[in-house]
Design a protein around this ligand. Structure first.
Ligand SMILES: *Cc1c(COP(=O)(O)O)cnc(C)c1O
Length: 364
């Protein structure tokens, strides 16, 4: 038993050695470490959220709609506008952040889970928490998933749940839709699922894997309102999948898991999604400018389709540069890749503050 836990505590042996998810929540002046949208919600949207929540208050003594039908219908309409595809509420499921989506998938389906790493650290962490095995396939030196990695995944017979993050976190690059299709096809023929984590899809120029759902019912697309939608504090993630997948997930969901306040708030935000698309465009432009500025500093910049940039090529260690920047009031992310750091795109002022601090640190 690990020394961390007292003897009287019957903690599961497989949990005793784990550490909880811990992006540092430090109180820095400029926070560019968790890929949130830096722009807060508009005054108008805040007001429509207040009215939407207020309308729920008289019924707060009652349980919420367990199936969140109105919200799932609104999500279907929003996705129809984005992709041109007609989706039914029955092929969408909503939860408290896409982390609950990931956990529910891992609870509902058998077998090991597999991912192409480096990628989102919660995929292996939640896999272990639910007591499953994790199979890791390394991305190429450039962090790509190519035909080779896809063939390895298709051949990993134990893995019934394969995660692919695109655009990938923390590297920022996307996987081509033709490769996603190849992976889905290979997994379909051996009865395995492909979970495409599209947390950053709104920033990407690539088509969504939702467009493949009609041909490959084993594709599960996970989305979130935490990033582009500027809604991280509200906690709303959603899954787009075959209705049989969603029926299976309903077996493991907790009753009334999604509060009536969350449902109402998310619906109000979806009704105002036009305003958020402007932020997405602004952030994508800022990303391209920041990537250029980092390149001009002589740093190695990884091409990003998301709202963050991975960079390397500095002379200090990642830990050292991370600390130097924090001392200057700028918090970015050490993602555990040697010699590399990840920065979230902030407001123009925040990006400027980051660049000033970075210039001093890499030259100083
Ligand atoms: C941020 C992130 C999520 C989690 O989002 P929530 O909806 O806030 O739980 C999921 N996947 C990836 C790849 C992310 O970066």
């Amino acid at each position: 038993m690990s020394a961390k836990w007292p003897n009287w505590l019957p903690i599961r042996k497989d949990l005793a050695t784990l550490t909880p998810y811990g992006a540092p929540q430090v109180n820095a002046k400029v926070r560019l470490n968790t890929n949130e949208n830096p722009y807060s919600l508009s005054r108008e949207l805040q007001e429509s959220l207040t009215s939407a929540i207020k309308r729920e208050l008289a019924d707060l003594n009652r349980y919420p709609d367990r199936d969140a039908i109105k919200l799932r219908t609104d999500l279907a309409n929003s996705l129809r506008d984005e992709t041109g595809l007609t989706l039914e509420a029955s092929s969408i499921w909503a939860a408290n952040g896409s982390n609950e989506i990931i956990q529910s998938i891992l609870l509902a389906f058998e077998g090991a889970a597999l991912g192409f790493e480096p990628s989102y650290s919660m995929h292996p962490l939640i896999t272990e928490v639910v007591g499953k095995n994790w199979v890791s396939i390394a991305r190429t030196a450039n962090y790509e998933v190519t035909k080779n990695e896809i063939e390895l995944a298709i051949k990993s017979d134990d893995a019934k749940i394969v995660f692919l993050t695109t655009p990938n976190n923390p590297t920022g690059n996307s996987t081509d839709i033709s490769l996603i299709e190849k992976l889905a096809g290979g997994l379909m023929s051996r009865g395995a699922l492909l979970v495409v984590d599209e947390a950053y899809a709104e920033f990407s120029s690539q088509p969504s894997a939702i467009t493949l759902l009609g041909s490959y019912p084993n594709i599960l697309v996970s989305r979130t309102m935490s990033k582009a939608f500027a809604f991280a504090g509200a906690r709303l993630g959603y899954l787009v999948a075959d209705r049989k997948v969603i029926e299976a997930i309903e077996l493991v969901r907790l009753p009334y898991h999604l509060s009536s306040l969350t449902q109402a708030a998310a619906r109000a935000a979806l009704a105002n999604r036009g305003a958020l698309q402007i932020d997405v465009k602004r952030l994508s432009e800022s990303r391209d400018q920041l990537a250029k500025a980092l390149g001009e500093l002589g740093l190695t910049v990884y091409a990003s389709d998301a709202n963050f940039i991975l960079f390397g090529g500095f002379r200090q260690s990642a830990e050292e540069l991370w600390r130097n920047l924090l001392d200057k009031g700028v918090l970015i992310r050490d993602v555990g890749l040697a010699g590399k750091l990840r920065v979230t795109i902030g407001t123009e002022d925040e990006n400027r503050a980051f660049l000033v601090a970075l210039k001093q640190s890499v030259r100083g």
